[in-house]
Design a protein around this ligand. Structure first.
Ligand SMILES: [Zn+2]
Ligand SMILES: [Zn+2]
Length: 409
């Protein structure tokens, strides 16, 4: 007991240490600050007013220092809605955006349910990577943008120095990161955009709501720009999710005939695919899609398949639907390896290609097409909720009762 002491015994001990410190030995500290205050009155005043300014500054900030955000806090199922500090510019290359519209992505649903494939995320983190908004602050080194600009964000954070970045392929950057998965995202009032992220100014005629889903549209655009599809071809789009419906629109604009496949749960989405111009839709639980494609093509198979279902078995199915010399484009993220008969790939010279996210060109084309009113975006935005009701949107998406759900902070 005695050795540990008590608070009263502890106090003189700290005082002793202070008296023995070098400043007290030579007495300078005491002399300058207590015994001769008249020598430095101006300096003291300056310090006082500085302190006062800091106090005022802190008070101003404290007033509006917190915002609600959707957070992935722990590596298990669930999301939290809680107060976090509003972000502020801390380096000359950052941009602060007030989020005006943000959309829930299929990957956000996977993050909510904590399916495998997202273990890399630094937790806790604010999620959300499909968004548009207004610039409210920016660092001195940011060129070509200003406060008040309406922008949409390409959430790739690239290094800018690797061979892929130098070749314009930021989607293959060796240090590839994403706002909303590696950096705090858009399910909040503000999002702080780090260095090396591309923002695109929106024309006045393009709404924030439409722009909030340019990210998945850019994914679909990139899949097509990487494919061998030609006008007059027949393409199959496997899966009836948002990307599949965006692919359908873009393929029709390219003069391509389109088959879209889905499950019974996708019945509503297959109807939307029809409305968007799909030539054939197949409910694979009712009809064998391989036989149906043979019927349509006279046993030939389709020219290009866009695999957007994320179902691990779809590649072996795709191999039976593709024609000789045809191409299969993989876009989905698969929960397990997708086994295929590679001898079949060799003997029929099938091309298989994966595509990841998008390029700068994909974004520019999507923005141009939206500006020219070439895209039917309203058909895809089925629900809108205030940010605090985000779980309603996630639930609808889980049940596939929605296509794109917008949240407004
Ligand atoms: Zn997304
Ligand atoms: Zn890079």
């Amino acid at each position: 007991m005695e050795e540990h002491g008590n608070p009263i015994q502890g106090a003189p001990m700290r005082a002793r240490i202070a008296q023995n410190s070098p400043n007290h030995k030579n007495g300078n500290l005491v002399k300058n600050h207590l015994l001769q205050p008249h020598l430095d009155n101006q300096r003291k005043l300056r310090i006082l007013s500085q302190n006062r300014l800091i106090e005022i500054f802190i008070k101003m900030n404290v007033k509006n220092n917190f915002m609600k955000a959707v957070i992935k806090a722990e590596p298990k199922a669930g999301l939290e809605f809680r107060d976090v500090q509003e972000p502020k510019i801390t380096s000359s290359s950052q941009v602060l955006i007030e989020v005006r519209a943000t959309a829930i992505c299929g990957s956000d649903v996977h993050i909510l349910e904590w399916h495998s494939g997202y273990e890399f995320m630094p937790l806790p983190i604010i999620i959300g990577h499909e968004f548009s908004g207004e610039i409210v602050d920016l660092g001195l080194n940011v060129k070509g943008l200003k406060k008040g600009d309406r922008v949409v964000c390409n959430p790739i954070v690239y290094c800018g120095g690797c061979s892929y970045c130098k070749a314009g392929k930021t989607n293959l950057c060796q240090q590839f990161k994403l706002v909303g998965l590696d950096y705090n995202g858009s399910f909040a009032k503000y999002v702080l955009i780090p260095q090396n992220v591309d923002l695109y100014k929106l024309p006045d005629t393009v709404s924030y709501e439409h722009a909030a889903i340019f990210e998945p549209f850019s994914v679909a655009f990139h899949a097509i720009e990487e494919s061998r599809i030609q006008p007059g071809d027949l393409a199959a789009v496997l899966g009836a999710g948002p990307i599949a419906l965006m692919l359908t629109q873009l393929l029709k604009l390219n003069g391509v005939s389109v088959v879209v496949t889905g499950l019974s749960i996708d019945e509503e989405r297959l109807k939307v695919a029809k409305d968007l111009g799909a030539d054939f839709t197949i409910n694979v639980e009712e009809k064998n899609p391989i036989e149906k494609v043979r019927d349509i093509t006279g046993d030939q198979g389709v020219d290009v398949i866009f695999e957007a279902s994320g179902d691990s078995n779809c590649f072996s199915q795709a191999l039976k639907m593709i024609k000789r010399g045809g191409e299969i484009i993989g876009i989905g993220i698969y929960p397990s390896p997708s086994p295929i008969n590679f001898t079949d790939v060799v003997r029929r010279e099938i091309k298989i290609k994966g595509v990841r996210t998008y390029l700068d060109s994909s974004w520019r084309h999507v923005i141009t097409m939206a500006t020219r009113k070439m895209l039917n975006i309203d058909a895809l935005i089925t629900h809108k909720f205030p940010l605090n009701e985000f779980l309603k949107g996630f639930e609808l998406l889980k049940q596939r009762k929605a296509i794109k759900v917008l949240l407004t902070p």
